[in-house]
Design a protein around this ligand. Structure first.
Ligand code: RNT
Ligand code: ZN
Length: 420
């Protein structure tokens, strides 16, 4: 039997099986196709960026490993992304950081302008995709003390305020040019290594700086601001200025998006539980889907319990209010595979959630039929959702199952390994 025939046949059986639970698999796939996942450009080059002088990481973020073939410039990164987009079904966006500007000459971070990202805008137009954006408050001499927007030094603070303002203009232009609001996420590394005495003063300075950065009202149709908290980072173990409570309060007060990164909480604390709460008070949120291993180590997203829980919460609370971004950087494996594996897993988890009889489950819960609820949830786990995802991949003209690795292996040989 031809492979496509087999996939179709298995799909039809799966469709029938899910229909018995009252679930329409065609409808689920239509919904899945419309849920965008924003790929983080920084997996492609270990968060190095393309600034002509400074750049790289600091402030507690770090990519480890030396797998060959990382993208060294914007053209290489775009080539890798083109390939990744061919291996991932569904709606994709690209999430850029300010350090990925595409220029011949060095440009200071407080002087970057939309034109420095024109090649990305052109690329996105051509690929019929959209862009998200991030100011880069790290990997720079002005961030050497791990204090940027909350620095006690007004010169440092002002430099980064100017960077934030410059980035919002860029995000606005990206959203305008591509006809889709650009989500701009603000994460700063600010924190202290050791016992911190005046936490309130640092946090007050951060509020003031953010107020200045966000002062200009920009149309929601073009760009939207998100703020991302963190628990700790290497080198800033004792106090993170932009903590969860800080940004929760700031986002609520200013009606911004709250960004929840799955690697930024205590080891047993999960973001899946935070989505429903946040959405009761905020219009929209942003997720940085990642995988912490012991600490905020940014591993490739796998199909684990928390990913399934996150996806289920997205579907139950309204996918249109949750912007899904990925955030990890593993330099020990092929970087194109890292994108492909993580994004496909995100989609698989969304699909599994779309294939759950949410109303039946909620009714069981409301009627305290806890035994039945548990039994059904567990049975759902071994239902043929893989056949539905395979069919989705086939219909979207991307490789089905493990076969995407053939393409990655040949791309690695012919393109990435030649970069050394
Ligand atoms: C760092 C944050 C932040 C970064 C990216 C590069 O801990 O998670 O989102 O990973 O912006
Ligand atoms: Zn993050």
């Amino acid at each position: 039997m031809a492979n496509s025939e087999k996939i179709e046949k298995l799909y039809l059986i799966a469709k029938e099986t899910y229909a018995e639970l009252g679930i329409d698999t065609d409808q689920a796939l239509e919904k899945l196709a419309g849920i965008p996942v924003s790929l983080h450009c920084w997996q492609g080059d270990d968060v190095s960026g393309f600034e002509k002088d400074a750049g790289g990481t600091s402030g507690g973020i770090l990519s480890t490993g030396n797998y060959p073939g990382r993208a060294r410039n914007a053209a290489e990164l775009r080539a890798d992304l083109d390939k990744a987009f061919q291996l991932i079904p569904g709606t994709k966006r690209l999430n850029l950081h300010a350090i990925y500007l595409d220029t011949d000459q060095p440009v200071e971070r407080n002087e970057i302008r939309p034109e420095h990202f024109q090649s990305w805008i052109d690329w996105a137009k051509e690929k019929k995709t959209a862009l998200d954006f991030n100011p880069s408050y790290f990997g720079h001499p002005m961030a050497a003390t791990n204090l940027t927007l909350s620095s006690p030094d007004s010169g440092i603070r002002n430099f980064w305020i100017e960077h934030g303002i410059a980035c919002r203009k860029i995000a606005e232009e990206m959203g305008k040019a591509l006809g889709s609001p650009c989500i701009m996420n603000t994460w700063i590394p600010d924190g202290f290594k050791d016992i911190t005495v005046d936490r309130a003063a640092a946090r007050r300075r951060l509020i003031e700086s953010l107020d200045t950065v966000f002062a200009e009202k920009i149309s929601k149709d073009h760009m939207r601001d998100a703020v991302e908290s963190k628990l700790f980072g290497i080198g800033v173990e004792s106090c993170t200025v932009g903590s969860n409570e800080f940004y929760m309060g700031y986002a609520l007060k200013n009606n911004l998006l709250l960004c929840l990164d799955s690697g930024h909480f205590h080891p047993t604390e999960v973001i899946s539980d935070k989505i429903s709460s946040a959405l009761l008070f905020l219009d929209e949120i942003l997720l940085h889907v990642s995988r912490p291993v012991r600490w905020d180590s940014d591993h490739v997203v796998i199909y684990d319990d928390e990913l399934q829980a996150i996806a289920a919460e997205i579907i139950r609370n309204g996918a249109e209010r949750v912007h899904i971004g990925l955030d990890y950087f593993d330099a020990t494996i092929n970087r194109l595979a890292a994108w492909t594996i993580g994004t496909r897993n995100m989609q698989k988890a969304l699909l599994a959630a779309l294939l759950q009889p949410q109303k039946t489950l909620a009714d069981m819960e409301a009627a305290s039929q806890n035994t039945a609820k548990l039994a059904l949830l567990e049975e759902l786990k071994s239902m043929p959702f893989g056949a539905v995802y395979d069919y989705f991949c086939m219909k979207q003209n991307v490789p089905v199952g493990y076969s995407f690795m053939n393409e990655i292996e040949s791309y690695e040989k012919t393109v990435q390994l030649k970069r050394i």
